[in-house]
Design a protein around this ligand. Structure first.
Ligand code: TYM
Length: 355
């Protein structure tokens, strides 16, 4: 092998119903990538344990997230859809990466800092090591491309740092085992085992914000349901939430400069643009100085049009847990084959005896 096989990997935490940010920031892109790459899409249930979910809720949300993948158009036969905990090699590689990643690197993770606030001493070790498990998710398959929203960028940079340090720490061993690929590392060429995975972050939809506060990320854990569009919202829910979405009084902004200074309007224009596969400039050109209520009506129409197939299929799949479970079982079996093949090499590289 002279270069890494292109392979897409991405994941979602089963911490609640999927919302529009997950859809536009990640899953819509996942669907498109299926045409040009082999893809592995994962429900990261072990990551969700860092939020201390009730066991019944974790099971329910795992199934719901898979239902949302399928309803959005992910094909579990051509590609792989599975839940992380079933492929134990993720946890095994995460331990090896815990011994590669430096505490200083982990201390810089802004998501950890935001989540724990001042209560750092009471945070779980799992939450601190979260990005190391994320690196293992990606690298246990030697994935080369990772489609995510902007909030995951720093975690992917850490993944790249871990891959680079592993490759350079073990490059002689990798070379002598004859299982590596020549990679550029600064001015040097070294023999590496892991690819330096590329984040795929879309410009228009990288950060979808709350409908109630344009400076806060739209999130499935926000206590206010009015702050987000859920993938299974009915057309009435969507219309109510968009009508109530915070905006300034006055007409739609006139220039990009003015739009940028109005976070709520900017966010709604971004959502419109992402749904209609165009840029914000063209949305501005269409709605500039029109009444905001007219823009909101057009936004409701496009949301209902684009999401109604997804939400009706999602409601249907939620009533068929046996089918969802069969998809996960099959996907986990196929993912395990790839993960174990790579793990065998990784154990050899680091010096863990095996059969
Ligand atoms: P999670 O579950 O928080 O979110 C899943 C995906 O949705 C994107 N996203 C958003 N994009 C734009 N605007 C928003 N408001 C918004 N909210 C969420 C996220 O960027 C993400 O792409 N750590 C990850 C899960 C994970 C993972 C991985 C991802 C675990 N292992 C390996 C990629 C590769 C997370 O918590 O995503």
């Amino acid at each position: 092998m002279s270069s890494f096989e292109p392979l897409v990997f991405s994941g979602v935490q089963p911490t609640g119903n999927l919302q529009l940010g997950n859809y536009l920031g990640a899953i819509k892109r996942w669907v498109e990538l299926q045409n040009s790459y082999n893809c592995i899409y994962c429900v990261v249930d072990m990551h969700a344990l860092t939020t201390n979910p009730a066991p019944e809720k974790l099971i329910q949300h795992t199934r719901e997230v898979v239902a949302a993948f399928l309803a959005s158009g992910i094909d579990p036969k051509k590609h792989i859809v599975f839940n992380q905990s079933r492929v134990y090699q993720h946890a095994e590689l995460a331990w090896i990466f815990n011994c590669i990643a430096r505490i200083g690197w982990m201390n810089r993770m802004t998501q950890f800092k935001d989540k724990v606030g001042r209560d750092r001493e009471k945070a779980s070790l799992g939450l601190f090591a979260y990005p190391s498990l994320m690196a293992a998710d990606i690298l246990v398959y030697r994935a080369t491309h990772v489609p995510v929203g902007e909030d995951q960028r720093q975690h992917l940079e850490l993944t790249r740092d871990i891959a680079q340090k592993f490759n350079s720490d073990y490059s002689h061993r990798i070379e002598s085992l004859g299982i590596g690929i020549n990679l550029k590392a600064g001015d040097e060429i070294i023999c590496g085992f892991f690819p330096i995975a590329e984040p795929l972050i879309s410009e228009t939809s990288m950060r979808i914000m709350s409908l109630r506060d344009g400076t806060k990320k739209m999130s499935k854990s926000d206590p206010s349901d009015l702050s987000r569009i859920n993938l299974d919202d009915t057309p009435d829910d969507i219309a109510r939430k968009i009508r109530k979405a915070k905006t300034d009084s006055g007409p739609f902004p006139e220039t990009m400069e003015e739009l940028k200074n109005k976070p709520e309007a900017d966010n709604l224009a971004g959502i419109y643009a992402a749904l209609d596969d165009r840029d914000k400039e063209s949305v501005l050109a269409e709605f500039r100085v029109k009444q905001f209520s007219d823009f909101k009506l057009a936004l409701i129409d496009i949301l209902v049009e684009k999401l109604s197939c997804v939400s009706s299929e999602l409601r249907h799949l939620k009533n068929d847990p046996a089918y969802i479970d069969s998809v996960l079982k099959d996907g986990s079996r196929r993912a395990s084959v790839i993960a174990e093949k790579n793990m065998k090499h990784i154990r050899d590289i680091v010096g863990l005896l095996q059969d």
